[in-house]
Design a protein around this ligand. Structure first.
Ligand SMILES: [Zn+2]
Length: 116
């Protein structure tokens, strides 16, 4: 079920609202997701609104198709913008940065990104 949620980095310089479902979340073991401990949900760009757009650094790796952005002050990555294999824009939300959801109330499917 799609619902409105709010989230932010730790210091609050970056904050957002997102319309998303907590069904279909993933947890991935690739070198990047694993280090950051992500639990991710994916939405179309119109469903994601930045409400505080503080200084962020962009991190790119592999084929640079996903623009990982993290807060310059506290280091927390709230989201990334990228392109799906079919070419449509998407936002990957770090569900761990939602502020109105009880951690561990979600179920995430484990994805073997390390093998890709
Ligand atoms: Zn921050």
């Amino acid at each position: 079920m799609t619902e409105a949620h709010k989230g932010s980095c730790h210091c609050g310089a970056v904050a957002y609202e997102v319309d998303m479902s907590l069904d279909g979340l993933i947890e991935c073991n690739c070198s990047h997701c694993c280090r950051k401990g992500f639990v991710l949900g994916f939405v179309q760009p119109h469903a994601f609104r930045l409400t505080a757009d503080g200084p962020q650094t962009e991190y790119l790796f592999h084929n640079h198709s996903i623009r990982h952005r993290f807060c310059e002050t506290c280091g927390v990555q709230t989201f990334a913008r990228g392109t799906t294999p079919d070419g449509s824009e998407m936002v990957a939300v770090n569900v761990r940065t939602l502020t109105d959801v009880e951690p561990f109330s979600w179920t995430a499917t484990r994805v073997d990104g390390r093998s890709f």
